[in-house]
Design a protein around this ligand. Structure first.
Ligand code: TRP
Length: 382
């Protein structure tokens, strides 16, 4: 036990992700959080309903879950679930944010689900000293455009903004808050006596959309939450409390993080623009950042690379293709093999990634413009 603690090189909470997360660290995180690996049996079960599997499932980008078997049992009995995810608008959107959302859209399409998407414009306002309420409102708008641009079904997607929908959320949030003690949130989030009281209350707001559709429908509806694994601690609290209020525990499916450009396994961060690709970056900016900063698993000279080959396992450009930008299994395998054998050079791998990202962003930025006229359709009408 003691030994394990000393070796631990990461820290993952909703308010801090530190250290390098490689496969071994994700394994350890699963044990620490008490979440289950997604195994072949579960994949087959999902595939029975979706006919094909999203590459993020096949490749372990979504790697862990809670209660997926229960959710599918209910589904097979005809008890359909809804989806719930969210984004605290604390800055512009980067491509790492898009990973769970792209997968959520796939789930919506395959299972025909309603999606409740929360923009907690209270959360980061409370947690970040230098973030003003006005800035948060601006980012809420910008972030909504990115979500809409991914193509969610406007008839089945409902945006919840915490301050705008306060009248709807608050009566439910207080029921949750009444069941959470300060010592629980201290232990789960690492709060201290110096933490402001808004931050202490916040997790109750994040719980509400996990049962709000059941409140509105006046019957219990199962919920599935796709999320980045750092968000799991909030929903450990949710899962503890909802049965006490008479609702189902939500099921959860967890994704890994897309690395920042400069270090394999480091979470993409909003504070280092050189390490991050924003959804509004120009093709030139993308090219410059990738060529200059993407951490490479290649050798230092061409001769050496041809001889020894590169290491895709620690190469950020390769990881981005694998996680997101090259869904084609045959193509990604060829890239992997060619890079490893030395046939493909690091510069060629990066150039391929630049091309892929720029093609994606061209489409995304076009959809983002169109999204400006659609926002009203997505915001939930009470
Ligand atoms: N706390 C999340 C963030 O920092 C936002 C969020 C709200 C969320 N509800 C969620 C994320 C549900 C995943 C699932 O961005």
């Amino acid at each position: 036990m003691e030994k394990e603690k000393k070796e631990k090189s990461f820290e993952v909470t909703p308010y801090e992700v530190k250290g390098v997360l490689d496969d071994a660290e994700y394994e350890r995180l699963m044990k620490e959080f008490g979440i289950n690996p997604i195994n072949k049996q579960l994949l087959d079960r999902i595939k029975k309903h979706t006919k094909e599997l999203h590459f993020m499932l096949n490749r372990g980008v979504f790697f862990a879950h809670r209660d997926m078997d229960w959710l599918l049992n209910e589904y097979e009995k005809g008890n359909k679930f809804f989806l719930y995810t969210g984004r605290a608008p604390s800055g512009e959107t980067h491509i790492g944010h898009l990973v769970p959302w792209v997968f959520t859209k796939w789930l919506q399409d395959k299972f025909g689900c309603e999606l409740w998407f929360q923009f907690p414009d209270d959360e980061k306002f409370m947690f970040k000293q230098n973030l003003s309420y006005e800035e948060v409102q601006k980012y809420t708008y910008e972030n909504m455009l990115d979500v809409i641009a991914l193509g969610f079904n406007p008839k089945k997607t409902h945006f919840i903004l915490d301050t705008k929908h306060a009248g709807l959320l608050y009566p439910e949030a207080i029921k949750v808050a009444k069941k959470i003690t300060f010592s629980t949130v201290k232990a789960v989030f690492g709060f201290t006596n110096d933490t402001n009281i808004g931050s202490i209350f916040y997790t109750s707001m994040q719980t509400v959309p996990a049962f709000l559709p059941s409140v509105l429908a006046k019957k219990n509806i199962p919920c599935l939450i796709p999320l980045g694994v750092d968000q799991d601690p909030h929903f450990r609290i949710t899962r503890d409390i909802l049965p006490k209020l008479g609702y189902y525990k939500p099921a959860i499916i967890h994704s890994k993080f897309l690395s920042g450009l400069k270090l394999y396994g480091g979470k993409m961060s909003t504070s280092d623009s050189d390490s991050t690709i924003w959804t509004t970056d120009t093709p030139e900016q993308v090219k410059k950042k990738i060529m200059k900063h993407a951490f490479s698993g290649g050798q230092s000279t061409i001769e050496e690379h041809r001889k020894k080959g590169g290491n895709p396992d620690i190469d950020v450009a390769y990881q981005w293709l694998y996680f997101f930008f090259e869904p084609d299994d045959k193509k990604i395998k060829k890239i992997h093999d060619d890079y490893k054998s030395g046939k493909m050079l690091s510069g060629e791998l990066k150039a391929y990634l630049v091309e892929k990202i720029n093609a994606f962003l061209k489409e995304h930025q076009k959809n983002r413009e169109l999204a400006k006229k659609q926002i009203d359709k997505f915001i939930f009408k009470v």
